[in-house]
Design a binder for this molecule. Sequence first.
Ligand SMILES: Nc1ncnc2c1ncn2[C@@H]1O[C@H](COP(=O)(O)OP(=O)(O)OP(=O)(O)O)[C@@H](O)[C@H]1O
Ligand SMILES: [Mg+2]
Length: 309
Amino acid sequence: MLTINQLYKSYGNIRALNGISFQLVPGEIFGLIGRNGAGKTTTMRILSGLIPANSGSAIYNNIDLLHNRKLLKQQVGFMPDFFGIYNNLKVHEYMEFFASAHGLYGLKARNRWTELLEMVDLLDYSDSFVEDLSRGMQQRLCLARVMIHSPHFLLLDEPTSGLDPHNRNLLRSILRQFSEEGVAILLSSHNLNELSYICTHIGILQSGKFLLQGSLSDVLRNVNKTNPLSIFVYSGIETAVQILKQHPLVKTISIDQSHIQITFTGNAQDESLLLKQLIDGNVLIQSFHREEGDLDTLFLQLIGEEEEN
Ligand SMILES: Nc1ncnc2c1ncn2[C@@H]1O[C@H](COP(=O)(O)OP(=O)(O)OP(=O)(O)O)[C@@H](O)[C@H]1O
Ligand SMILES: [Mg+2]
C-alpha cells in the first residue's frame, strides 16, 4: 500500500497542490477527477519522481518514496498524457529499449515484453513501426511499456482520452486484469462517468484539494444528493406538502399537480424515514424515487457550487 500524506506543490506563486492525502491499495483503482488545472498531472508527476513536492510524503513499507528515488522507480510505473515520438522504432525495439532502461536484458526481457504485448493484444504487431500504430494501439503499447519492470503502483494520466469506445473498453479490461493481479492503480480523467465504470475509489480534486473522496458508491451517493427526489401522490397532496415544508432536510419544493419534486439532502435512511412519515400521515404514495442524473452534469454542479462559495 502507498500512503500519500499532505502533498503540497507550488510553481512560483501558483499553488497547484494544497495538501492532498489518499491511499493506493493493491487491487484498488483510484480515480482522480477534476477540471483543467485541478492538480491531477502534478500529483502524478510528483509520485513518479519527475518533479519534487514542496512537502508531503508517499510511504511504502515505512519508506518515503519521495526521498528514495531508486525504490520509487522500481515500484512506480507512470503513463503520461502524451505518447511521445518514436521514429523508426519497431514495437519490439521500443519494449527492449525500456526493458534495458530497467536493467532487463536478453531472454528475461524478451519473456516479459512478450507477455505484456500479449496482454495488451499487440503481439502480432511486434515487427510494426510504433509510428504506424493507431492511437488506441499506441496507448496500449505505452501501458505495456510502463509495466515492463512489474511495478506495484501504476499511475495513468488520462489514459482513455482520445480513444474510441472499443479501445476504451479494451484499456479498461487490461487495467482490471492488472488490478486483479494486485497492482494498485491511480488514474485521472475529466469524466466522472468514465471513472465510475472502472474505479473502486474516487477523489474529486478542485484547486489542489479534495472536495470529496471515498469509495465509488459513497462518492456517487454524495454526488447524487444534488438530484431531486420525485414523489407522485395519489391522494393527500396538501398533507404531503405540509409534512415536506416542515422537514429540516427538504431544501426546495416544486409542485406540478400530483407530482412533487424536492431537493433533499438526507441519506438513504433519511429517505426511507421520510417515506414512512408521509405514509403515516395518510398520504397515498404512487411512487417515490431519486431522479437519476447524468453524473458529469452533477459533478459540474458540485464543483460549480464550491467555486461560488
Ligand atoms: N510547469 C508548470 N509551471 C507553472 N505552472 C504549472 C506547471 N504545471 C502546472 N502548472 C499549474 O499548476 C496547476 C495544476 O496543473 P496540473 O497540470 O496539475 O492540472 P491538471 O489537473 O492535470 O489539468 P489538466 O486537466 O488540464 O491536465 C495549474 O494551475 C497549472 O497552470
Ligand atoms: Mg493534466
